[in-house]
Design a protein around this ligand. Structure first.
Ligand SMILES: C[S@@+](CC[C@H](N)C(=O)[O-])C[C@H]1O[C@@H](n2cnc3c(N)ncnc32)[C@H](O)[C@@H]1O
Length: 311
């Protein structure tokens, strides 16, 4: 994922790449602010003192917003962040980018719908578990509606539209730091992680949280490498086990990604991965995720679930 700091990347380059490949066309505010930071020695100096993964543009910008940084002018923003660095950096250290984007279900759904039903869904890196409910939302695939829920996720696709929602009889998640949909502060942080200007995303996020709050998921605190087997063992035998993850493996070291891939190749069930191309060594597709089924790439997807382009 662009915008994840790396030892072999200049910090200014991380902010520029985030601006160009992630924020451009999605949030003019984040594009301007991350481009500004890329050329600002004062903020680069402060951010550069943080542990590597905490230098992430998405996290730094979200923490600044959390403390009320003005977003309209880069000069005012930079002054605010420098003046309030003690509080902002505390939030950066205490929280992480657990962005939970239920719209990503729109990109998972066509694959889920083609597997033998019913399904036992296991999400690794589940955050608050909003992506564990693809059967409870509605979708508009290039204008064709599927489902009758109040929240509708629009998705542009060049392929056939699934004709039914999947049947999910069991679901569970795993996360280093599970978020509870009933915790209003945690949900406020999730909302704060949606980029400025994306008001429709915020509205849909709130609707999805309401749906999930009525029947909260079970999310175990644990690591995807060490704690997944125990969860898989609990899945009912009469359902197809599907282990999936979206926007998670970028936070895992390259060596551990390979161990995880090996584990998934031996899975009795199916493995769905929706990650930035570089994460599992797929061909570059700037600004897109790669959707794979059992290790084979099948589509490029909008990182926030807004599009599917079948390969
Ligand atoms: C960017 S969020 C994505 C959440 C959700 N999958 C989605 O697409 O909306 C990444 C999540 O992965 C979790 N995570 C990162 N590394 C993990 C690991 N090694 N094991 C389990 N969860 C992990 C983080 O805590 C965070 O909640």
């Amino acid at each position: 994922m662009d915008g994840i700091p790396r030892e072999d990347h200049e910090l200014s380059q991380t902010y520029l790449t985030f601006a160009k490949n992630e924020a451009a066309g999605q949030s003019t505010v984040y594009f301007a602010l991350s481009s500004g930071i890329a050329y600002d020695p004062v903020l680069l100096g402060l951010i550069g003192e943080l542990p590597l993964l905490k230098r992430q543009p998405n996290l730094v910008l979200a923490a600044a917003r959390w403390h009320g940084a003005p977003l309209e002018s880069y000069v005012d923003f930079a002054r605010f962040v420098a003046d309030h660095w003690a509080e902002v950096s505390q939030t950066i250290l205490a929280r992480s980018t657990q962005t939970n984007e239920p719209a990503r279900c729109a990109t998972l759904l066509p694959l889920l719908a083609q597997l033998p039903q019913p399904l036992a869904l296991i999400e690794v890196g589940a955050s608050a578990g909003l992506c564990l409910y693809p059967d409870r939302y509605a979708y508009s695939y290039s204008g064709t509606r599927l489902g009758d829920a109040s929240v509708v996720f629009p998705c542009v696709t060049d392929g056939a539209v699934p004709d039914a929602l999947p049947q999910i009889t069991w679901r569970a998640g795993l996360d280093l730091n599970p978020l509870d949909v009933r915790d209003s502060q945690a949900m406020a942080w999730l909302e704060n992680l949606v980029w400025p200007g994306q008001d429709e995303r915020v509205a849909r996020l709130r609707q999805a949280i309401d749906i999930v709050r009525a029947d909260p998921p079970r999310i175990l605190k644990g690591d995807l490498l060490t704690d997944l087997d125990g969860l898989i063992a609990q899945a009912p035998r009469d359902a197809t086990v599907v282990v999936f993850h979206t926007a998670v493996l970028a936070y895992v070291s390259p060596a551990d990604r390979e161990v995880f891939r090996e584990k998934m190749s031996a899975l009795k069930g199916h493995w769905i991965s929706n990650e930035a191309p570089s994460v599992l060594g797929d061909s570059p597709a700037p600004g897109k995720f790669v959707l794979s089924l059992d290790g084979t790439p099948v589509a490029h997807t909008g990182p926030h679930g807004q599009a599917i382009h079948w390969l």
